[in-house]
Design a protein around this ligand. Sequence first.
Ligand code: ATP
Ligand code: MG
Length: 650
Amino acid sequence: MSETLANLLQETRQFPPPADLAAAANVTAAAYDEAAADRLAFWARQAGRLDWSKEWHQILDWSNPPFAKWFVGGQLNVAYNCLDRHVLAGNGDRVAIEWEGEPGDNRTITYADLLAMTSQAANALTDLGVVAGDRVAIYLPMIPEAAVAMLACARIGATHSVVFGGFSADSLSNRIEDASAKVVITADGGYRRGKPSALKPTVDEAVSRCPSIEHVLVVRRTGQEVDWTDKDLWWHETVETASAEHTAEAFDAEHPLFILYTSGTTAKPKGILHTSGGYLTQVAYTHHAVFDLKPETDVYWCSADIGWVTGHSYIVYGPLANGATQLMYEGTPDTPHRGRFWELIQKHKVSILYTAPTLIRTMMKWGADIPEQYDLSSLRLLGSVGEPINPEAWMWYRENIGRGECPVVDTWWQTETGAMMISPLPGVTAAKPGSAMRPLPGISADVVDDQAESVPNGGGGFLVLREPWPSMLRTIWGDDERFVDTYWSRFEGLYFAGDGAKKDDDGDLWLLGRVDDVMLVSGHNISTTEVESALVSHPSVAEAAVVGATDPTTGQAIVAFTIPRGHVDTSGEAGEALIAELREHVSKTLGPIAKPRQIMLVAELPKTRSGKIMRRLLRDVAENRSLGDVTTLQDSSVMELISAGMNSGK
Ligand code: ATP
Ligand code: MG
C-alpha cells in the first residue's frame, strides 16, 4: 500500500456488559494483566484445563521460527479430553449434542453415547488398517457422525481432512490427493432445502481418480439409491457393529490433528495443518472465555458447517473439550420456512448463538417481523465470525435477536489461527458495533504500516501477529516454503494475516477486509468494508459489496453492488432514485472521496460456500473481464445475473 488506510467511519455507540453477566463472568479483566505479565505462563495455565498423560517440559520452542512447537514433550489424547474425561467425572448423562435434521427428525446424544459411538468408529477405522499419522478425508452432511468421524480420527492419531459437503468432485479429489488420504467417510446424502441431496456420486467420481483411497465408509442418512464399489462399506455394518470399548492412546502435543483447506475466498485453497496440544488449549480457553460458557446450564449453538474451521474449533473441539451441551442443525435457515433458526432457539432454549454476518444480513433482508414471532428470551450472548460485521448489522442482531440486552462478540480469526484471536470479552468489554475490539489475553495483535511500524491510535494499515500462539498453523501441508512465503515474508518476524485494520482513538481494532480488496481512489486507500457499512447503514439496504474498478481519472473508482431490504421498491424510477440517494448517503457518511461511481441493485451477491462475499469476481464484472476461478462459489448463476445487469447498464 502506498499510503495507510483512510480512517473514514466514525462509530461512537458503545455497550457495556450487563451487570449480572459481568458479576458471574468466567473471565475478568485480570486475565489481560496476567497474560501481559507472563504470556507463556498464562498459556501453560490454560493448557492445565486439559488432561495430559505426560507433562510438557517446555511451553514454547520458537528456536526455528516460523515453525513453532508448543508444550514440547507433553502427551495427550484429544478425543479423551473431549469425551472420556467428562464421562469419568460423572457427566456421562449430560447431553453433548441435540441434533436437528432438516426434515424435522432429531437425536439426543449424551457424552456417554458420543464416547461409545466414537470408540466404535475408532475400532472400525483401526480394523480397516488406519494407523496414527494416516490421513482420512471426511465428506459428510451436518449429522452427528461428522463429529464422531473427526473424534475417532483424533482418538487413533489419524489426521482428518474435512471437505465441505457442498464441494465438487474436483475439489474433493484435489484435497484427497494433496493429503494422500487412505479412507473417505461420507454418506449417501444429506437434506438441503427440503430435499435429499446426494453426496455419494461425487465421492465415487473423486475416488475413481484417487488411487490412495482404500476404503469408503458410507453413512446411510437419506436412504437414496447409491452405486456400490468394492471399496465401499456401510457405516451401520462396519462402525455400528464394532466394539464400543476403546482405550485412547496419548500422542505427542505436536501430533498432527487435522488438515483443513482455507475457504478459497482469494486464492487456491491452502492445506492448513493444525496439531494437538496447543490447538486444543486455545480452542477450549477461547470458547470458555469469549462465550462465558457455563456447561451445566448453557445451551450453545454454532450455526457453521463442520466443513469450515469454525465448525472444527467451535462445534467439535472447543465445546466438547469444555463439556458443553450444544445444538447441531443439518439444514438451511429457510427450510421449511424463514423462521427455522428462531424456532430451533425457542425449542431448545439456546442461550449462546454463534453465527456469521452473511446470515445476519440475510435475516435483515427478510425482515425483523420473522424473529419477532418466536420466544428468544433464552439467549444471553451472541457471537459473529467470518467477515467484518457492519455496525448496522451488529445493531440489528443485538436489537432484534438479543432483545437489546445480549452482548455481541465479534470474533476475528482465521483457518490459520485455529482459534479466536481478537474479540471482546462479554463480561469485561464495552463493545462497539462493528469492532472486534482487543486481542484476547495471551495474543499480541497489532496494526502496522508498510515499514512494519506500529501505527498510532487513529491510524490504519496491516493486521499482524507479533508472537506465536498455541493454536497457530504449523505449516501448509507438504509445502513449508509456501507457508513461509504466504504468512511470514511480508514483514520480518511478523505473521501477516492478509487483512487490513485500523485502531480507533481508544486503540480498539476495526477489521477493514482483506488488503487485496482495498481500493486506491485518487491516491487514498479506502476500505471496502467501510463503504459497505455506510451503505448498510441506510434503511433500504440489507447487504452490499464494494470493489475498486480501474478508472481513467481517479485510478480506481468505487463500484457497489447492493441488495435492498425486502420491503423496498426498486422498480424503474424508484430504483433510480434509491441509487442517487445511496450515493449521497455514502458521501455524507464517509466524505465525498468515498462516493461510489456506480451502484447496482442486485438480488444476490457471489459468495463462497462459507458465505463470504467474493469481491474478486465482482471486480472482474466491474472491469468487464471474463470471470476468474469460480470453483469455490456457492451459486454460479448469481454471477450471470449480475454480469447481465451490468452490461444492460442497470
Ligand atoms: P482464503 O484464505 O482461501 O482466501 P478465507 O480467508 O475466506 O479464504 P477463512 O480462514 O475461513 O478463509 O477466513 C478468515 C478470514 O475471514 C479472515 O482473514 C478475515 O478476512 C475474515 N474474518 C473472519 N472473521 C472476521 C471478523 N470477525 N471480522 C472481520 N473479518 C473476519
Ligand atoms: Mg484467508
